[in-house]
Design a binder for this molecule. Sequence first.
Ligand code: HEC
Ligand code: HEC
Length: 339
Amino acid sequence: MKNLLNRQISSGIAIAVFSVFSASSMAMSSKPEIPAGLGALPTEIPDNPANPKTAAKIELGKKLYFEPALSASGQFSCNSCHNLATYGVDNQKFSVGHKWQRGGRNSPTTFNSAYWSKQFWDGRAETLEDQAKGPPLNPVEMASADEKEVINRLKEAGYTAEFKVAFNNDANALSYDNMANAIAAFERTLVTPNAPFDQYVRGESEISEAAKRGMNTLVEAGCTACHSGPLFTNNQFMKFSYGSDMGVKEVTGKESDDHLFRVQSLRNVAMTAPYFHDGSAATLHDAVRIMAKVQLAKELSDNEVNDVVAFLETLTGESPQITYPVLPRPNGKALTWRD
Ligand code: HEC
Ligand code: HEC
């Protein structure tokens, strides 16, 4: 467990580090012993000072998240691939987008994405705002031709007044950047507190013996070198020599970035199958076994894998309660879609 103590935790994210309960704190008999570094999901959600959350912005962002008018065909919204009813994923190996096309990477969850150091498996977007500008124009996702096409469709739908309300009463607020700003503000509300593990950490309830054994295996096997802290990720990009996708190197072209991928959080992982950037691990058992082998050169026994999975299941938090929005639409007229 010594190597746990000097792990790196990425900057910019406030993480409460739990320490091992020492003899002097034994009096707190209701609180369990938790390996150093692990802990309850932070209640503080990072905000972007350049795009502070407001109620009006969040409400608009929610509408845009469910808005098929961001797509050329009117068939795809953010929610198609990041379904809020299924923990922010679609449980597909590769998502279906425009004209039934499938991309080459698995859709990660939008839940808790406010906490990640960078967005995408390869980190090519610095912020949620940058990220949200991609999908509407991605030809295998929503396939709008350009920003203007998206803005025109939002105008046609009747969004002008909604943007004005959300962005300081500015009559020209309906812009591509503000679309992304509103979506990002909404995404920063998609957090999943109170997982059984969090309740256990706080001494409120128990987890199973199998889950406790799994927690110790996770630490002893060395998983927490990367999946560390309350988010179960050090938010860094680590080598995962597996499959043909080159990860960060696909973006930078640098040899030193070959097969680097962001360490995925293990929060809600039981709900987000299939696993890995290429969706190639169909079950959580497979993902755990492969991780142990590829990252740590260890063969876990079936019992150990079962225990680790039992522990990972305690990391499923409460799904945010979302009221399905009513989207603006012109009276008596369909929007203009294209194939
Ligand atoms: C057709 C499916 C599809 C649609 C539609 C889609 N996404 Fe994604 N999304 C993906 C895939 C696939 C990735 C991973 C791509 C990669 O890493 O290269 C991704 C990545 C992300 C990430 C990064 C998460 C992380 O852990 O790094 C966020 C956030 C996100 N999408 C939000 C959105 C938003 C907001 C919209 C709507 C504007 C949207 N997505 C529309 C498929 C989709
Ligand atoms: C050297 C760093 C490192 C170590 C050690 C490590 N992981 Fe990972 N883990 C990663 C990275 C990077 C990813 C993202 C993989 C990808 O891009 O497909 C990941 C992904 C995962 C996933 C899939 C998440 C998803 O949403 O698809 C699971 C499950 C997982 N790890 C569990 C474990 C377990 C259990 C261990 C210990 C046996 C472990 N990891 C050890 C770096 C690590």
